[in-house]
Design a protein around this ligand. Structure first.
Ligand SMILES: [Fe+2]
Ligand SMILES: [Fe+2]
Length: 555
Protein backbone atom coordinates (compact mmCIF):
# COMPACT_ATOMS: atom_id res chain seq x y z
CA UNK A 1 0.00 0.00 0.00
CA UNK A 2 1.32 3.42 -0.84
CA UNK A 3 2.11 5.54 2.19
CA UNK A 4 0.31 8.71 3.12
CA UNK A 5 2.39 11.58 1.86
CA UNK A 6 3.28 15.04 2.89
CA UNK A 7 3.81 16.69 -0.43
CA UNK A 8 5.34 20.11 -0.69
CA UNK A 9 4.45 20.92 -4.23
CA UNK A 10 1.86 22.23 -6.64
CA UNK A 11 1.36 20.77 -10.09
CA UNK A 12 4.66 21.94 -11.40
CA UNK A 13 4.70 22.08 -15.17
CA UNK A 14 0.92 22.35 -15.55
CA UNK A 15 1.11 24.53 -18.71
CA UNK A 16 3.40 22.04 -20.43
CA UNK A 17 1.19 19.12 -19.42
CA UNK A 18 -1.87 20.98 -20.67
CA UNK A 19 -0.18 21.66 -24.01
CA UNK A 20 0.69 17.96 -24.33
CA UNK A 21 -2.92 17.00 -23.55
CA UNK A 22 -4.25 19.42 -26.19
CA UNK A 23 -1.84 18.03 -28.76
CA UNK A 24 -2.94 14.46 -27.96
CA UNK A 25 -6.60 15.45 -28.26
CA UNK A 26 -6.09 17.07 -31.64
CA UNK A 27 -4.25 14.04 -32.90
CA UNK A 28 -7.07 11.73 -31.76
CA UNK A 29 -9.72 13.91 -33.45
CA UNK A 30 -7.70 14.12 -36.66
CA UNK A 31 -7.39 10.35 -36.66
CA UNK A 32 -11.14 9.94 -36.16
CA UNK A 33 -11.96 12.28 -39.05
CA UNK A 34 -9.49 10.51 -41.32
CA UNK A 35 -11.09 7.14 -40.60
CA UNK A 36 -14.61 8.47 -41.24
CA UNK A 37 -13.42 10.01 -44.51
CA UNK A 38 -11.95 6.67 -45.49
CA UNK A 39 -15.15 4.76 -44.67
CA UNK A 40 -17.80 7.23 -45.92
CA UNK A 41 -15.91 9.32 -48.48
CA UNK A 42 -16.97 12.65 -46.91
CA UNK A 43 -15.72 14.94 -44.23
CA UNK A 44 -17.65 14.95 -40.93
CA UNK A 45 -18.36 17.65 -38.38
CA UNK A 46 -17.37 16.96 -34.78
CA UNK A 47 -19.71 17.93 -31.94
CA UNK A 48 -19.27 17.89 -28.17
CA UNK A 49 -21.67 15.19 -26.98
CA UNK A 50 -22.24 16.89 -23.67
CA UNK A 51 -22.78 20.50 -24.71
CA UNK A 52 -23.78 20.10 -28.36
CA UNK A 53 -21.10 22.64 -29.30
CA UNK A 54 -19.62 22.34 -32.82
CA UNK A 55 -15.93 21.50 -32.37
CA UNK A 56 -14.95 20.98 -35.99
CA UNK A 57 -16.72 22.03 -39.16
CA UNK A 58 -16.36 20.05 -42.40
CA UNK A 59 -14.21 22.05 -44.85
CA UNK A 60 -16.83 22.13 -47.63
CA UNK A 61 -19.61 23.46 -45.42
CA UNK A 62 -19.96 26.34 -42.95
CA UNK A 63 -21.33 26.51 -39.45
CA UNK A 64 -24.95 27.56 -39.51
CA UNK A 65 -27.24 27.95 -36.57
CA UNK A 66 -26.19 24.90 -34.62
CA UNK A 67 -28.60 25.09 -31.68
CA UNK A 68 -31.18 22.52 -32.86
CA UNK A 69 -28.63 20.21 -34.38
CA UNK A 70 -26.56 20.50 -31.17
CA UNK A 71 -29.52 19.34 -29.11
CA UNK A 72 -30.09 16.42 -31.46
CA UNK A 73 -26.41 15.46 -31.12
CA UNK A 74 -26.63 15.54 -27.31
CA UNK A 75 -29.61 13.18 -27.49
CA UNK A 76 -27.68 10.81 -29.78
CA UNK A 77 -24.68 10.93 -27.41
CA UNK A 78 -26.99 9.97 -24.55
CA UNK A 79 -28.53 7.06 -26.44
CA UNK A 80 -25.09 5.95 -27.65
CA UNK A 81 -26.07 4.71 -31.10
CA UNK A 82 -25.86 6.19 -34.62
CA UNK A 83 -29.03 7.89 -35.84
CA UNK A 84 -30.33 9.85 -38.85
CA UNK A 85 -31.07 13.21 -37.27
CA UNK A 86 -32.26 15.12 -40.37
CA UNK A 87 -34.00 13.81 -43.50
CA UNK A 88 -34.81 16.60 -46.00
CA UNK A 89 -34.71 15.34 -49.60
CA UNK A 90 -32.20 15.12 -51.10
CA UNK A 91 -30.10 15.34 -47.87
CA UNK A 92 -29.67 12.94 -44.95
CA UNK A 93 -27.72 13.92 -41.82
CA UNK A 94 -26.32 11.14 -39.67
CA UNK A 95 -24.91 11.50 -36.15
CA UNK A 96 -22.41 8.85 -34.95
CA UNK A 97 -21.46 8.87 -31.27
CA UNK A 98 -17.90 7.95 -30.28
CA UNK A 99 -16.05 8.05 -26.98
CA UNK A 100 -13.18 10.50 -26.92
CA UNK A 101 -12.23 9.53 -23.36
CA UNK A 102 -13.79 7.82 -20.36
CA UNK A 103 -15.80 10.95 -19.68
CA UNK A 104 -16.17 12.74 -23.03
CA UNK A 105 -18.33 11.72 -26.02
CA UNK A 106 -17.86 13.16 -29.48
CA UNK A 107 -20.59 13.04 -32.08
CA UNK A 108 -19.50 12.87 -35.72
CA UNK A 109 -22.09 14.46 -37.99
CA UNK A 110 -22.11 13.76 -41.71
CA UNK A 111 -24.36 15.09 -44.52
CA UNK A 112 -25.20 12.71 -47.37
CA UNK A 113 -27.38 12.85 -50.49
CA UNK A 114 -30.09 10.46 -51.57
CA UNK A 115 -30.22 11.93 -55.09
CA UNK A 116 -27.88 14.04 -57.24
CA UNK A 117 -30.75 16.23 -58.40
CA UNK A 118 -32.99 18.61 -56.49
CA UNK A 119 -35.79 21.07 -57.07
CA UNK A 120 -35.11 24.79 -56.50
CA UNK A 121 -37.01 24.61 -53.21
CA UNK A 122 -34.99 21.62 -52.15
CA UNK A 123 -31.78 23.42 -53.14
CA UNK A 124 -32.77 26.39 -51.02
CA UNK A 125 -33.23 24.15 -48.01
CA UNK A 126 -30.11 22.17 -48.80
CA UNK A 127 -28.10 25.42 -48.98
CA UNK A 128 -29.32 26.30 -45.50
CA UNK A 129 -28.48 22.86 -44.16
CA UNK A 130 -24.98 23.00 -45.70
CA UNK A 131 -24.42 26.65 -44.79
CA UNK A 132 -23.67 27.51 -48.45
CA UNK A 133 -25.37 29.27 -51.31
CA UNK A 134 -28.16 27.30 -53.15
CA UNK A 135 -26.11 27.39 -56.37
CA UNK A 136 -23.11 25.96 -54.56
CA UNK A 137 -25.43 23.41 -52.94
CA UNK A 138 -26.48 22.18 -56.38
CA UNK A 139 -22.84 21.61 -57.36
CA UNK A 140 -22.11 20.02 -53.99
CA UNK A 141 -25.07 17.63 -54.35
CA UNK A 142 -23.96 16.61 -57.85
CA UNK A 143 -20.49 15.69 -56.56
CA UNK A 144 -21.75 13.37 -53.80
CA UNK A 145 -22.31 9.63 -53.83
CA UNK A 146 -25.94 8.71 -53.31
CA UNK A 147 -26.97 6.73 -50.24
CA UNK A 148 -30.19 5.22 -49.01
CA UNK A 149 -31.23 5.93 -45.42
CA UNK A 150 -31.11 2.23 -44.48
CA UNK A 151 -27.60 1.67 -45.78
CA UNK A 152 -26.33 4.90 -44.25
CA UNK A 153 -27.82 4.08 -40.86
CA UNK A 154 -26.39 0.56 -40.91
CA UNK A 155 -22.96 1.93 -41.91
CA UNK A 156 -23.18 4.53 -39.15
CA UNK A 157 -24.01 1.93 -36.54
CA UNK A 158 -21.18 -0.34 -37.70
CA UNK A 159 -18.79 2.63 -37.61
CA UNK A 160 -19.94 3.49 -34.10
CA UNK A 161 -19.40 -0.10 -32.90
CA UNK A 162 -16.04 -0.33 -34.64
CA UNK A 163 -14.83 2.90 -33.06
CA UNK A 164 -16.03 1.74 -29.63
CA UNK A 165 -14.21 -1.58 -30.07
CA UNK A 166 -11.08 0.32 -31.10
CA UNK A 167 -11.36 2.47 -27.98
CA UNK A 168 -11.71 -0.59 -25.80
CA UNK A 169 -8.71 -2.18 -27.48
CA UNK A 170 -6.60 0.95 -26.97
CA UNK A 171 -7.68 1.12 -23.35
CA UNK A 172 -6.76 -2.52 -22.83
CA UNK A 173 -3.39 -1.97 -24.51
CA UNK A 174 -2.74 1.01 -22.22
CA UNK A 175 -3.72 -1.06 -19.19
CA UNK A 176 -1.44 -3.91 -20.24
CA UNK A 177 1.41 -1.45 -20.75
CA UNK A 178 0.77 0.18 -17.37
CA UNK A 179 0.52 -3.20 -15.70
CA UNK A 180 3.71 -4.35 -17.32
CA UNK A 181 5.55 -1.21 -16.17
CA UNK A 182 4.04 -1.58 -12.71
CA UNK A 183 5.03 -5.25 -12.51
CA UNK A 184 8.53 -4.46 -13.63
CA UNK A 185 8.87 -1.70 -11.03
CA UNK A 186 7.27 -3.84 -8.35
CA UNK A 187 9.59 -6.73 -9.15
CA UNK A 188 12.62 -4.46 -8.84
CA UNK A 189 11.30 -3.07 -5.56
CA UNK A 190 10.52 -6.47 -4.09
CA UNK A 191 13.89 -7.75 -5.23
CA UNK A 192 15.60 -4.80 -3.53
CA UNK A 193 13.65 -5.25 -0.29
CA UNK A 194 14.33 -9.00 -0.34
CA UNK A 195 18.05 -8.44 -0.79
CA UNK A 196 18.03 -5.96 2.08
CA UNK A 197 16.20 -8.30 4.44
CA UNK A 198 18.69 -11.04 3.54
CA UNK A 199 21.39 -8.73 4.86
CA UNK A 200 19.71 -7.99 8.17
CA UNK A 201 22.50 -9.53 10.20
CA UNK A 202 22.52 -8.32 13.76
CA UNK A 203 26.28 -8.34 13.76
CA UNK A 204 26.52 -6.02 10.74
CA UNK A 205 26.82 -2.33 11.45
CA UNK A 206 24.09 0.18 10.63
CA UNK A 207 26.45 1.90 8.20
CA UNK A 208 27.22 -1.30 6.29
CA UNK A 209 23.56 -2.08 5.62
CA UNK A 210 22.87 1.61 4.93
CA UNK A 211 25.61 1.74 2.28
CA UNK A 212 24.23 -1.42 0.62
CA UNK A 213 20.72 0.03 0.65
CA UNK A 214 21.87 3.22 -1.09
CA UNK A 215 23.78 1.26 -3.71
CA UNK A 216 20.80 -0.99 -4.49
CA UNK A 217 18.29 1.86 -4.39
CA UNK A 218 20.31 3.64 -7.04
CA UNK A 219 19.52 0.76 -9.43
CA UNK A 220 15.75 1.23 -9.19
CA UNK A 221 15.11 4.80 -8.07
CA UNK A 222 15.62 7.59 -10.64
CA UNK A 223 17.55 9.92 -8.35
CA UNK A 224 20.84 11.69 -9.00
CA UNK A 225 21.92 10.96 -5.45
CA UNK A 226 20.77 9.10 -2.38
CA UNK A 227 21.81 9.70 1.20
CA UNK A 228 21.26 8.57 4.76
CA UNK A 229 21.75 11.02 7.60
CA UNK A 230 22.28 9.07 10.81
CA UNK A 231 21.51 11.29 13.76
CA UNK A 232 23.37 11.05 17.09
CA UNK A 233 22.12 8.02 18.98
CA UNK A 234 22.07 9.16 22.59
CA UNK A 235 18.46 10.31 22.44
CA UNK A 236 16.86 7.08 21.31
CA UNK A 237 17.78 4.04 23.32
CA UNK A 238 20.42 5.28 25.68
CA UNK A 239 23.00 3.30 23.76
CA UNK A 240 26.57 4.21 23.43
CA UNK A 241 27.78 4.96 19.99
CA UNK A 242 27.18 7.76 17.53
CA UNK A 243 27.70 11.14 19.04
CA UNK A 244 27.99 13.07 15.77
CA UNK A 245 25.69 13.02 12.74
CA UNK A 246 26.92 10.65 10.02
CA UNK A 247 26.14 11.14 6.32
CA UNK A 248 26.30 8.23 3.86
CA UNK A 249 25.87 9.17 0.20
CA UNK A 250 25.62 7.48 -3.19
CA UNK A 251 25.98 9.62 -6.28
CA UNK A 252 26.94 13.30 -6.41
CA UNK A 253 25.06 14.54 -3.35
CA UNK A 254 24.85 18.34 -3.51
CA UNK A 255 24.28 18.80 0.22
CA UNK A 256 26.18 18.15 3.46
CA UNK A 257 25.00 16.56 6.69
CA UNK A 258 24.32 20.00 8.14
CA UNK A 259 22.11 20.85 5.13
CA UNK A 260 20.06 17.71 5.55
CA UNK A 261 19.70 18.36 9.27
CA UNK A 262 18.55 21.88 8.38
CA UNK A 263 16.03 20.50 5.87
CA UNK A 264 14.60 18.18 8.52
CA UNK A 265 14.20 21.19 10.76
CA UNK A 266 12.88 23.34 7.89
CA UNK A 267 10.05 20.90 7.25
CA UNK A 268 9.50 20.27 10.96
CA UNK A 269 10.00 16.53 10.46
CA UNK A 270 9.77 14.29 13.49
CA UNK A 271 8.79 10.87 14.79
CA UNK A 272 6.11 9.09 12.82
CA UNK A 273 6.90 11.32 9.89
CA UNK A 274 5.21 10.44 6.63
CA UNK A 275 7.33 10.54 3.47
CA UNK A 276 7.92 14.10 2.40
CA UNK A 277 8.14 15.03 -1.27
CA UNK A 278 9.27 18.43 -2.48
CA UNK A 279 9.33 19.20 -6.20
CA UNK A 280 9.42 22.38 -8.21
CA UNK A 281 8.08 25.04 -7.88
CA UNK A 282 8.31 24.60 -4.08
CA UNK A 283 12.08 24.29 -4.49
CA UNK A 284 12.16 27.48 -6.55
CA UNK A 285 10.50 29.54 -3.81
CA UNK A 286 12.35 32.47 -2.27
CA UNK A 287 12.67 30.74 1.11
CA UNK A 288 14.22 27.58 -0.37
CA UNK A 289 17.79 27.59 0.92
CA UNK A 290 19.26 24.73 -1.12
CA UNK A 291 19.29 25.80 -4.78
CA UNK A 292 21.14 22.65 -5.89
CA UNK A 293 18.19 20.57 -4.66
CA UNK A 294 15.38 20.62 -7.25
CA UNK A 295 13.47 17.51 -6.23
CA UNK A 296 13.58 15.80 -2.88
CA UNK A 297 12.11 12.90 -0.89
CA UNK A 298 12.81 12.52 2.82
CA UNK A 299 11.66 9.49 4.79
CA UNK A 300 12.54 8.55 8.36
CA UNK A 301 14.82 5.67 9.30
CA UNK A 302 12.80 4.66 12.30
CA UNK A 303 11.26 1.84 14.27
CA UNK A 304 8.42 2.52 16.67
CA UNK A 305 9.29 5.49 18.83
CA UNK A 306 12.96 5.44 17.80
CA UNK A 307 14.21 7.61 14.96
CA UNK A 308 17.74 6.84 13.83
CA UNK A 309 17.99 9.26 10.94
CA UNK A 310 16.67 10.14 7.50
CA UNK A 311 16.81 8.52 4.09
CA UNK A 312 16.88 11.03 1.26
CA UNK A 313 16.60 11.01 -2.54
CA UNK A 314 17.86 14.17 -4.24
CA UNK A 315 17.07 15.42 -7.77
CA UNK A 316 15.14 13.32 -10.27
CA UNK A 317 17.49 11.68 -12.71
CA UNK A 318 15.39 12.32 -15.82
CA UNK A 319 14.42 15.87 -14.94
CA UNK A 320 10.97 14.71 -13.83
CA UNK A 321 9.50 14.89 -10.40
CA UNK A 322 9.30 12.48 -7.49
CA UNK A 323 5.95 10.91 -6.67
CA UNK A 324 4.28 8.31 -4.49
CA UNK A 325 5.96 5.32 -6.16
CA UNK A 326 9.45 6.55 -5.32
CA UNK A 327 8.35 7.71 -1.86
CA UNK A 328 6.77 4.33 -1.15
CA UNK A 329 9.94 2.44 -2.04
CA UNK A 330 12.13 4.81 -0.04
CA UNK A 331 9.75 4.49 2.90
CA UNK A 332 9.95 0.69 2.85
CA UNK A 333 13.75 0.82 2.79
CA UNK A 334 13.72 3.39 5.63
CA UNK A 335 11.53 1.04 7.69
CA UNK A 336 13.84 -1.92 7.08
CA UNK A 337 16.89 0.12 8.04
CA UNK A 338 15.03 1.35 11.14
CA UNK A 339 14.19 -2.20 12.22
CA UNK A 340 17.80 -3.22 11.70
CA UNK A 341 19.08 -0.28 13.74
CA UNK A 342 16.62 -1.01 16.51
CA UNK A 343 17.49 -4.70 16.60
CA UNK A 344 21.20 -3.88 16.50
CA UNK A 345 20.73 -1.67 19.52
CA UNK A 346 18.89 -4.37 21.42
CA UNK A 347 21.54 -6.88 20.39
CA UNK A 348 24.27 -4.52 21.54
CA UNK A 349 22.51 -4.03 24.87
CA UNK A 350 22.20 -7.77 25.27
CA UNK A 351 25.89 -8.21 24.46
CA UNK A 352 26.84 -5.56 26.99
CA UNK A 353 24.62 -7.16 29.61
CA UNK A 354 26.16 -10.54 28.88
CA UNK A 355 29.67 -9.10 29.07
CA UNK A 356 28.69 -7.59 32.42
CA UNK A 357 27.61 -11.01 33.70
CA UNK A 358 30.87 -12.60 32.58
CA UNK A 359 32.87 -9.79 34.19
CA UNK A 360 30.93 -10.17 37.43
CA UNK A 361 31.55 -13.91 37.50
CA UNK A 362 35.26 -13.43 36.75
CA UNK A 363 35.52 -10.87 39.54
CA UNK A 364 33.77 -13.26 41.89
CA UNK A 365 36.35 -15.99 41.10
CA UNK A 366 39.26 -13.61 41.66
CA UNK A 367 37.73 -12.30 44.88
CA UNK A 368 37.30 -15.85 46.13
CA UNK A 369 40.89 -16.81 45.44
CA UNK A 370 43.01 -13.64 45.58
CA UNK A 371 46.24 -15.63 45.36
CA UNK A 372 45.42 -16.47 41.79
CA UNK A 373 44.14 -13.04 40.85
CA UNK A 374 44.33 -12.47 37.09
CA UNK A 375 44.57 -16.24 36.50
CA UNK A 376 41.28 -16.46 34.60
CA UNK A 377 42.20 -13.61 32.27
CA UNK A 378 45.67 -14.96 31.54
CA UNK A 379 44.35 -18.48 30.93
CA UNK A 380 41.79 -17.01 28.54
CA UNK A 381 44.42 -15.08 26.57
CA UNK A 382 46.96 -17.89 26.46
CA UNK A 383 44.21 -20.36 25.42
CA UNK A 384 43.24 -17.98 22.59
CA UNK A 385 46.85 -17.90 21.38
CA UNK A 386 47.04 -21.70 21.47
CA UNK A 387 43.71 -22.01 19.64
CA UNK A 388 44.96 -19.65 16.94
CA UNK A 389 48.17 -21.65 16.64
CA UNK A 390 46.09 -24.80 16.21
CA UNK A 391 44.06 -23.18 13.42
CA UNK A 392 40.76 -23.06 15.32
CA UNK A 393 37.83 -21.18 13.80
CA UNK A 394 36.91 -17.65 14.82
CA UNK A 395 33.88 -19.02 16.66
CA UNK A 396 36.05 -21.53 18.57
CA UNK A 397 38.50 -18.78 19.46
CA UNK A 398 35.63 -16.67 20.82
CA UNK A 399 34.32 -19.62 22.83
CA UNK A 400 37.73 -20.42 24.25
CA UNK A 401 38.23 -16.86 25.49
CA UNK A 402 35.00 -17.04 27.51
CA UNK A 403 35.85 -20.57 28.58
CA UNK A 404 39.23 -19.40 29.87
CA UNK A 405 37.62 -16.58 31.83
CA UNK A 406 35.05 -18.88 33.38
CA UNK A 407 36.85 -22.23 33.63
CA UNK A 408 37.26 -21.98 37.42
CA UNK A 409 33.90 -20.36 38.15
CA UNK A 410 33.05 -23.44 40.28
CA UNK A 411 35.59 -22.25 42.86
CA UNK A 412 32.83 -19.95 44.06
CA UNK A 413 31.39 -23.06 45.71
CA UNK A 414 34.64 -24.21 47.34
CA UNK A 415 35.37 -23.60 51.00
CA UNK A 416 37.54 -20.49 51.43
CA UNK A 417 39.78 -22.21 53.95
CA UNK A 418 40.56 -24.95 51.51
CA UNK A 419 40.93 -22.67 48.55
CA UNK A 420 43.29 -20.29 50.33
CA UNK A 421 45.23 -22.93 52.24
CA UNK A 422 48.90 -22.15 51.60
CA UNK A 423 50.29 -25.57 52.41
CA UNK A 424 49.72 -29.06 51.13
CA UNK A 425 46.09 -30.18 50.89
CA UNK A 426 44.78 -33.32 52.55
CA UNK A 427 43.21 -35.91 50.32
CA UNK A 428 39.72 -34.84 51.43
CA UNK A 429 40.53 -31.20 50.74
CA UNK A 430 41.84 -32.10 47.31
CA UNK A 431 38.68 -34.08 46.55
CA UNK A 432 36.66 -31.05 47.63
CA UNK A 433 38.64 -28.74 45.34
CA UNK A 434 38.11 -31.16 42.45
CA UNK A 435 34.37 -30.61 42.66
CA UNK A 436 34.86 -27.08 41.26
CA UNK A 437 34.63 -28.40 37.69
CA UNK A 438 31.15 -29.83 38.20
CA UNK A 439 30.02 -26.93 40.39
CA UNK A 440 31.10 -24.54 37.60
CA UNK A 441 29.13 -26.59 35.08
CA UNK A 442 26.03 -26.30 37.25
CA UNK A 443 26.46 -22.56 37.82
CA UNK A 444 26.65 -21.81 34.09
CA UNK A 445 24.28 -24.43 32.76
CA UNK A 446 21.28 -22.10 32.94
CA UNK A 447 22.87 -19.46 30.71
CA UNK A 448 22.06 -20.21 27.08
CA UNK A 449 24.80 -18.02 25.65
CA UNK A 450 27.35 -20.11 27.55
CA UNK A 451 26.23 -23.51 26.27
CA UNK A 452 29.46 -23.99 24.34
CA UNK A 453 31.56 -22.97 27.32
CA UNK A 454 30.07 -25.72 29.53
CA UNK A 455 32.14 -28.67 28.17
CA UNK A 456 35.34 -26.70 28.76
CA UNK A 457 34.38 -25.79 32.32
CA UNK A 458 33.47 -29.41 33.09
CA UNK A 459 36.47 -31.06 31.43
CA UNK A 460 39.40 -28.66 31.84
CA UNK A 461 41.01 -31.01 34.39
CA UNK A 462 40.70 -34.16 32.29
CA UNK A 463 44.00 -35.69 31.18
CA UNK A 464 44.98 -37.18 27.82
CA UNK A 465 45.79 -40.54 29.52
CA UNK A 466 42.42 -40.63 31.28
CA UNK A 467 43.79 -39.91 34.77
CA UNK A 468 42.04 -36.52 35.11
CA UNK A 469 38.71 -35.54 36.60
CA UNK A 470 35.75 -35.36 36.91
CA UNK A 471 34.86 -37.99 34.26
CA UNK A 472 38.22 -39.59 33.55
CA UNK A 473 37.85 -38.95 29.80
CA UNK A 474 40.90 -39.76 27.63
CA UNK A 475 42.38 -38.65 24.31
CA UNK A 476 40.05 -37.15 21.76
CA UNK A 477 37.02 -37.92 23.96
CA UNK A 478 38.04 -34.78 25.84
CA UNK A 479 36.63 -31.73 24.01
CA UNK A 480 39.38 -29.95 22.05
CA UNK A 481 38.79 -26.60 23.70
CA UNK A 482 39.05 -28.26 27.13
CA UNK A 483 42.39 -29.82 26.09
CA UNK A 484 43.62 -26.35 25.07
CA UNK A 485 42.45 -24.68 28.28
CA UNK A 486 44.12 -27.50 30.27
CA UNK A 487 47.53 -26.52 28.85
CA UNK A 488 46.89 -22.78 29.33
CA UNK A 489 45.67 -23.44 32.88
CA UNK A 490 48.70 -25.53 33.81
CA UNK A 491 51.06 -23.02 32.19
CA UNK A 492 49.64 -20.17 34.27
CA UNK A 493 49.44 -22.21 37.49
CA UNK A 494 53.10 -23.21 37.16
CA UNK A 495 54.49 -19.83 36.12
CA UNK A 496 52.53 -17.57 38.50
CA UNK A 497 53.98 -16.54 41.82
CA UNK A 498 52.16 -17.70 44.93
CA UNK A 499 52.68 -16.38 48.47
CA UNK A 500 54.22 -19.70 49.35
CA UNK A 501 56.32 -20.22 46.22
CA UNK A 502 57.91 -18.52 43.26
CA UNK A 503 56.67 -19.12 39.75
CA UNK A 504 58.53 -21.82 37.89
CA UNK A 505 61.36 -20.82 35.55
CA UNK A 506 61.04 -21.36 31.81
CA UNK A 507 63.42 -24.29 31.56
CA UNK A 508 61.66 -26.28 34.23
CA UNK A 509 58.25 -25.50 32.81
CA UNK A 510 59.34 -26.56 29.34
CA UNK A 511 60.66 -29.81 30.71
CA UNK A 512 57.44 -30.58 32.55
CA UNK A 513 55.31 -29.80 29.50
CA UNK A 514 57.48 -32.00 27.30
CA UNK A 515 57.29 -34.82 29.82
CA UNK A 516 53.51 -34.54 30.12
CA UNK A 517 52.94 -34.28 26.36
CA UNK A 518 50.80 -37.23 25.27
CA UNK A 519 50.23 -38.20 28.92
CA UNK A 520 48.68 -35.35 30.87
CA UNK A 521 48.18 -33.07 27.86
CA UNK A 522 47.33 -33.40 24.22
CA UNK A 523 50.66 -33.57 22.35
CA UNK A 524 49.33 -31.31 19.56
CA UNK A 525 48.43 -28.59 22.06
CA UNK A 526 51.84 -28.86 23.75
CA UNK A 527 53.44 -28.60 20.30
CA UNK A 528 51.38 -25.47 19.65
CA UNK A 529 52.64 -24.08 22.94
CA UNK A 530 56.26 -24.56 21.92
CA UNK A 531 55.58 -23.09 18.50
CA UNK A 532 54.13 -19.93 20.07
CA UNK A 533 56.11 -20.04 23.30
CA UNK A 534 57.77 -16.62 23.05
CA UNK A 535 54.51 -14.90 22.22
CA UNK A 536 52.61 -16.76 24.96
CA UNK A 537 55.15 -15.66 27.59
CA UNK A 538 54.76 -12.06 26.42
CA UNK A 539 50.98 -12.34 26.69
CA UNK A 540 51.19 -13.79 30.19
CA UNK A 541 53.66 -11.11 31.30
CA UNK A 542 51.53 -8.31 29.83
CA UNK A 543 48.41 -9.45 31.60
CA UNK A 544 49.54 -9.68 35.16
CA UNK A 545 47.56 -9.28 38.31
CA UNK A 546 44.28 -7.37 38.60
CA UNK A 547 43.70 -7.42 34.89
CA UNK A 548 40.19 -6.46 33.80
CA UNK A 549 39.02 -8.83 31.08
CA UNK A 550 38.56 -7.18 27.73
CA UNK A 551 35.22 -8.51 26.48
CA UNK A 552 34.65 -6.10 23.63
CA UNK A 553 35.65 -8.57 20.98
CA UNK A 554 34.48 -11.70 22.66
CA UNK A 555 30.83 -11.38 23.55
FE1 LIG B 1 40.32 -25.52 37.47
FE1 LIG C 1 42.45 -22.71 36.62
Amino acid sequence: MLPALTTIEKPTDAPAREARAVGDQQARRGNLLARLLEWFGIEFHLVDGETGELLHCAFDQTARDWAIRGELCRAVANRGTAEIIEDETPLLVIAIPTHESAEATLVAVGTFVTSNTATPTQLLLAGEMLGIEPSDAAAWIRRQTCWTADVLLRMGQLASQHLAAGDRLQKLEREVKDLSTHLSTTYEEISLLYRLTQNLKLSSKDEELGALALQWLADVLPAESLAILYTPAADSMGREGRTEPLLLTFGPCPVEATDLAAMVEHFGLGLGQRPLIANQPATLADNWQWPAVRELIIVPVCEGPHCFGWLVAVNHLQGGEFGTVEASLLNSVGAILGIHNSNSDLYQQQREFFAGVVRALTSAIDAKDPYTCGHSDRVARVAVRLAEELGCSKKQVETIYLSGLLHDVGKIGIDDNVLRKPGKLTEAEYEHIKTHAEIGYKILSGIKQLDEVLPVVLHHHEQWDGNGYPKGLAGNAIPLLARIVAVADSFDAMTSDRPYRQGMDDAKLDAILRQGSGQQWDADVVAAFFAARVNIREIAARHGQNQVPDLRNWT
